[in-house]
Design a protein around this ligand. Structure first.
Ligand code: GDP
Ligand code: ZN
Length: 434
């Protein structure tokens, strides 16, 4: 249990009885003792620590009580603390205070949520690097370069009769052109960053009864989806998560694509196509022991244009020769039922997702957050306008405005210019106590 604020020490002293007499807490030291009510009833045997601000998570005075963790004991100790005046923290409030007190900037605070939520090693290490300030430092570097140019432009704003000298204009354009390049490089990392964070969405598609659910189970290594012999029993989609080669995957098993009276308009096909459109990767499953039919072709069409791996299932029943268009796809033969070929398929998924070769995400600055991407896009827009206007000989006032907006856009990433309602929304995503 954690208490943050100016009265933290007082509250702790009030309820904690140390095993040896104690005048005051030495900061950052663990003390052994008991939590005792004002009536003298012992609630728990605990370790406590007091951390004097600003050397604490929130930069305020913080008291920590390490209880035995049973829910009743915890509740009793919590009630005792609340009786002394503190109130319950809102979700993310500790981190919000750390942000407001300048310990973390916004990008770092957001990384705390990501770290807590990360589902794979690579997502965690991405979040950790952002928490340590990699992204913030990079963005600050860009901001400084823009601010330097802004100072230069501003020097001319006060002398409206004077044009900016040509060599200065050239210098400005070159500098901001350089910043645009850096912003673009960062924007390019979004796809891999997003996949690390949210997971790669993999859609399992195919006509009924080819073994989609069996494949999902084989990939998961446990029977969670219900496998039956009645075609079309996967009514709704089933989503499962797993980590492959350090990459989190969201596997979605669809209802089978099937032919209806009007195949083009058929609901299943339409839905499948819509889903395929948002998937990072499609696993198109066919029954390899029989020749592909019309329904297989429908499934094929639903995923056309998306990165696709053809999973030729039921290898245990023998395999027929594949004709166009199926033979043109990246292909892996498996038997979902006997769980054979699954490793080769996993390998193909990781490769197709492009993660076999992606090592740059280990050290370099990567963005994974849509909010950060929006901010960078806005910054790039303003800088592009600055360059265009600068080439057209616009007045210093106009130029100054574009640079100010570009700076404000970057400031949204680190939180300097982020509106309160957005801050609120960001910290709401935390759980209580973080
Ligand atoms: P879905 O409708 O595409 O999800 O297909 P299911 O996973 O429900 O499987 C349909 C039927 O095919 C079930 O009877 C499975 O046992 C069978 N099946 C699935 N994979 C294989 C396989 O690799 N080999 C064989 N022989 N049968 C399989
Ligand atoms: Zn199924």
């Amino acid at each position: 249990m954690r208490i943050s604020g100016p009265r933290a020490e007082e509250v702790l002293k009030d309820i904690f009885v140390p095993c040896r007499p104690l005048n005051r807490f030495v900061s950052h030291r663990l003390y052994y003792g008991k939590i005792v009510t004002s009536q003298g009833q012992t609630l728990d045997e605990v370790l406590v620590a007091f951390m004097k601000g600003p050397r604490s998570y929130t930069r305020e005075d913080v008291a920590e009580i390490h209880c035995h963790g049973g829910s009743v004991v915890l509740r009793q100790v919590l009630d005792l603390v609340l009786e002394r005046g503190p109130r319950l923290a809102k979700p993310g409030e500790f981190t919000l205070r750390a942000f407001l007190n300048g310990r973390l900037d916004l990008a770092q605070a957001e990384a705390v949520i990501e770290l807590i939520r990360s589902r794979s090693d690579s997502a965690a290490s991405l979040a950790l690097r952002q928490m340590e300030g990699t992204l913030s430092r990079f963005v600050h570097g860009l901001s400084e370069r823009i601010a330097d140019s802004l100072a230069l432009v501003e020097a001319y704003v006060d002398f409206p009769e004077e044009d900016i000298e040509l060599p200065v204009v050239d210098q400005l354009l070159a500098d901001m052109g350089g910043v645009v390049q850096e912003v673009e490089r960062l924007l390019d990392t979004f796809d891999s960053g997003r996949v690390l964070r949210e997971g790669l969405s993999v859609l399992i598609l195919g006509r009924p009864n080819v073994g989609k659910s069996s494949l999902l189970n084989a990939l998961l290594g446990e029977a969670r989806a219900i496998v039956t012999e009645i075609p079309g029993t996967t009514r709704d989609t089933i989503e499962e998560q797993l980590v492959l080669g350090g990459v989190p995957l969201r596997l979605v098993d669809t209802a089978g694509v099937r032919d209806t009276s009007d195949p083009v308009e058929s609901e299943g096909v339409r839905r499948a196509r819509a889903k395929a459109g948002t998937a990072d990767l499609v696993l198109l499953v066919i029954d390899g022991s029989v020749a592909p039919n019309e329904e297989d072709l429908l499934a094929y069409r639903a995923c056309s244009g998306r990165p696709t791996i053809l999973v030729v299932n039921k290898a245990d029943l023998g395999q027929v020769e594949l004709a166009k268009p199926f033979c043109d796809l990246t292909r892996v033969g498996v038997s979902a039922q006997q769980s054979s070929g699954i490793q080769a398929l996993q390998q193909a998924i990781v490769e197709k997702a492009g993660f076999g070769s992606r090592t740059e995400t280990r050290e370099s600055v990567v963005i994974s957050d849509r909010r950060h991407r929006e901010a960078l896009l806005a910054c790039r827009r303003c800088l592009a306008q600055f360059i265009e206007q600068g080439q057209g000989g616009a007045s210093p006032e106009f130029l100054s405005l574009e640079l100010q907006e570009a700076l404000a856009a970057l400031g949204q990433i680190t939180g300097e210019t982020t509106p309160d309602d957005i801050l609120e929304r960001i910290f709401e995503r935390f759980c209580i106590g973080k």
